[in-house]
Design a protein around this ligand. Structure first.
Ligand code: M6R
Length: 589
C-alpha cells in the first residue's frame, strides 16, 4: 500500500528518489519522505500531503549524497502527519528504514524495545524495525546479521529498505508478503516496491521472493534467504514501455486510461496461443473452478461466471478474496482457482491463493503487473498487457480482463462462442468513447445528487456493481449497483422524485425485463439514464452503445459509466486520480 525506493550509485540520489516517489505515488499519497546519506551524516526530509506539496516545502533535491531511501505512505498505524511519515530512524539516528506492509506484533516488540531503553518518536508499526536493527547492530552484528535477526522477529507483511550511516556502501532490503524489486543499473542499483520507480534507468530486474533479503551495493548484489542461505537469482528484462507514465494531453491519469481502452483491449486479447491452450487445459482437467478477486477484478470474475456457464457450460463459484475462507473444506487437488488482479499484489487475493495451494489446488491467474507476486505464485498466469494503470480507479484493467475472459471462454466453448466475436471490438470501443461530450452534459446535471443507483440483469448486473463502485470511489457520492430484478424486493422504497438510476440495457435476452424495471422506477419519479443499443421513451437520458456480440457488451457498457464517474468528480472539483483514503494496490488484509 506504500511505495518504497532505495538508490545506491554514482549520481546524486535525491532527484532519482523524487522521481521514484512521484511514480509510486499511486500506491499511497498521504505523506512522503526521503533520507540521504552524505559525508558521514543522514539527512531526512518528510511531511504529510502529496509528494509535490512536501517537495514544495522541503525541496528534496537539495539533499546531496549518492545513496538514499524514500517512501510514499498510505497510513495504517498512526495518524497522517510528519512524525509518522517514513523514513523512521533508530534512537541514535544511525539507521533509517522505510517499510510497506503491517508489522502485526509491533506492540509486543515496542514493549520489549522500550524496556531495553529504546525511545520511540512515532505511532507507527514501522519504527520497531529501525530499533530492532539498531539493537542487533549495537550487539556487534554487521548489517547482514542485524537484518537477518530483525526479520526473524517480525510477524506480518513487510517489504523493508534500510540505510546504515556507518555502512554507506550498502542498502539492505527484505521481503515477506509485500513486493520488492531490485533494478540493476550500470554502477548503480535500485530497490523499489514497483519497477515503475526506476524503469527509466534500467530494464533489468530481479523480484525478491518471500523470505528473502538483499544487500545492494553500487556494483553488486547479494541475495539470502531469511536463514542466511545464499540465493542465486537471474534478472529478467521488463519492457521499457511500462515506464511510460506521463499523462500526455490529458488532465488526469484516469481519463487518459479510459481513452487508452481501444488499444488495451486489443493488447489483452493478443495472447501466446500455446500458453492460452495450456491455461484452458488446466480448466478442462479440473473438477471445480473457483474464481477469486477483489473490487473491480471481482466484478470481472462475476462476468466470467456468466460467460463460462452460458458458452462453455462450466459452472464456477466466484468468491471475494477477503471471504475466501468460506470455501474452507471444499477445495482439494482437483480444484482450480482463477485469481484475477490488476496489481497482482492485493493481499486478500494472495492470502486466498496461498490457502488454495495448501489444499493442493492449481492456481491460474489473470494479472496486469509483470513480475507481481500473483504471477509468480500461480501455476500459470495470463497477462492483461494493458500497461501501468496509475489512476486509483480500475478502468482499462477491467475492460482488459473482460476481453481476455471472452477469449478464454471462446477457447473453452467448443465452438459456442467463436473468437471472431471479438474482431470489431476495438472499433466499437472507439465508438463508445465518442459519447464523451454527451456524458459531460449528463454529469453536469447530476453531479449534486446524493444517491445513484445502477441496475442491470444477467451479465449486466456485474457492470452495475462496477458503475456504482466507480462513482463511489471517485466522487464520494453514495451509489448502489443492483440486479434489476431485485429492486422490487426492497430498494424501490428509496427511489424518489429525481433519483438518478442508470439502467444498463442493451438488446439481448434481458432487455424487456430490465425495461419493465426501468418503467417501474420512472413511475416513482426516478430519472432514468439508459445505456443501451436502442433508444426508449422511458429514458430521460440516453447513451448509445454500438451493437455487437452480447458477451462483449460489458466492455462497451462500462466505458460510459467510467466517464460518468470521472466527469461528475471533476464537476465536484475533486481529483479523480487520488480519491481520499484509497490507494491503488491494497497490500494489507
Ligand atoms: O489490483 P487488484 O485488481 O487486485 O485490485 C483490486 C481492488 O483493490 C481494485 O479493483 C479496487 O477496487 C479499485 N480501486 C476499483 O476501482
Amino acid at each position: 500500500m506504500c511505495g518504497i525506493i532505495g538508490y545506491i550509485g554514482e549520481e546524486k540520489a535525491s532527484p532519482l528518489l523524487l522521481n521514484g516517489l512521484r511514480r509510486m505515488e499511486y500506491r499511497g499519497y498521504d505523506s512522503a519522505g526521503m533520507c540521504v546519506l552524505h559525508g558521514d551524516r543522514m539527512y531526512v526530509k518528510k511531511g504529510a500531503g502529496k509528494v509535490d506539496e512536501i517537495n514544495a516545502k522541503h525541496n528534496f533535491i537539495t539533499l546531496e549524497g549518492t545513496v538514499g531511501i524514500a517512501h510514499t505512505r498510505w497510513a495504517t498505524h498512526g495518524q497522517v502527519n510528519e512524525t509518522n511519515a517514513h523514513p523512521h530512524l533508530s534512537c541514535n539516528g544511525e539507521i533509517a528504514v522505510v517499510h510497506n506492509g503491517i508489522i502485526e506484533n509491533h506492540q509486543e516488540l515496542r514493549k520489549l524495545l522500550l524496556e531495553e531503553g529504546h525511545r520511540f518518536t512515532s505511532e507507527t508499526d514501522t519504527e520497531v524495525i529501525a530499533h530492532l536493527l539498531e539493537r542487533g547492530y549495537r550487539s556487534g552484528f554487521d548489517v547482514r546479521l542485524s537484518l537477518l535477526e530483525t526479520v526473524k522477529m517480525l510477524k506480518g507483511a513487510f517489504a523493508i529498505v534500510a540505510l546504515f550511516r556507518a555502512n554507506p556502501d550498502v542498502i539492505a532490503g527484505a521481503r515477506k508478503d509485500a513486493p520488492l524489486a531490485v533494478g540493476f543499473g550500470k554502477n548503480e542499483n535500485f530497490l523499489a516496491s514497483d519497477v515503475l520507480a526506476f524503469v527509466g534507468r534500467t530494464d533489468k530486474v530481479v523480484f525478491l521472493d518471500n523470505y528473502e533479503v538483499v544487500f545492494v551495493r553500487k556494483r553488486g548484489l547479494e541475495f539470502l534467504t531469511f536463514d542466511g542461505t545464499p540465493v542465486v537469482k537471474t534478472p529478467v528484462q521488463v519492457a521499457w514501455e511500462i515506464g511510460d507514465v506521463t499523462r500526455k494531453e490529458f488532465r488526469h491519469y484516469t481519463i487518459k486510461e479510459i481513452h487508452e481502452q481501444p488499444d488495451t483491449v486489443e493488447r489483452a486479447i493478443y495472447q501466446d496461443r500455446d500458453k492460452l491452450e495450456s491455461f484452458c487445459k488446466i480448466v478442462r482437467d479440473s473438477a471445480k473452478i473457483y474464481v477469486t478477486a477483489s473490487g473491480t477484478s471481482y466484478h470481472s470474475g462475476l462476468i466470467a461466471k456468466y460467460l463460462l456457464a452460458k458458452y462453455a457450460k462450466i459452472p464456477c463459484e466466484v468468491t471475494l478474496a477477503s471471504e475466501f475462507s468460506s470455501l474452507n473444506g471444499l477445495i482439494d487437488e482437483r480444484s482450480v482457482i482463477l485469481a484475477i488482479s490488476q496489481s497482482g499484489e492485493t493481499a486478500d487475493v494472495l492470502h486466498a491463493i496461498a490457502a488454495a495451494k495448501r489444499s493442493r489446488a492449481k492456481v491460474l491467474s489473470i494479472v496486469n503487473v509483470v513480475g507481481s507476486s500473483l504471477v509468480r505464485e500461480s501455476d500459470l498466469g495470463l497477462l492483461m498487457n494493458c500497461g501501468p494503470e496509475i489512476g486509483v480507479a480500475a478502468t482499462k484493467s477491467f475492460t482488459a480482463q473482460v476481453a481476455l475472459i471472452n477469449l478464454i471462454v471462446a477457447k473453452l466453448s467448443n465452438g459456442n462462442l467463436v473468437e471472431s466475436h471479438l474482431k470489431s471490438i476495438v472499433l466499437r470501443v472507439q465508438q463508445v468513447l465518442r459519447n464523451e461530450e454527451h456524458i459531460i452534459e449528463i454529469s453536469k446535471q447530476y453531479s449534486e445528487n446524493p444517491d445513484f443507483y445502477f441496475v442491470g440483469r444477467g451479465i449486466h448486473y456485474p457492470v452495475s456493481l462496477e458503475g456504482a463502485l466507480k462513482l463511489k470511489e471517485l466522487s464520494y457520492i453514495h451509489a448502489e449497483g443492483m440486479a434489476a430484478g431485485e429492486l422490487k424486493h426492497g430498494t424501490l422504497a428509496l427511489i424518489d422524485r429525481g433519483t438518478p438510476v442508470v439502467v444498463i440495457n442493451p438488446e439481448d435476452d434481458t432487455y424487456d425485463d430490465t425495461l419493465t424495471n426501468a418503467a417501474e422506477m420512472k413511475a416513482r419519479g426516478a430519472k432514468i439514464i439508459g445505456i443501451s443499443t436502442k433508444i426508449s421513451d422511458i429514458y430521460d437520458e440516453f447513451v448509445r452503445i454500438p451493437e455487437g456480440h452480447e458477451s462483449t457488451y460489458p466492455i462497451l457498457e462500462v466505458i460510459p459509466l467510467q466517464m460518468l464517474a470521472y466527469y461528475i468528480t471533476v464537476e465536484r472539483q475533486q481529483n479523480p486520480d487520488y480519491p481520499r483514503n484509497l490507494a491503488k494496490s491494497v497490500t494489507v488484509k
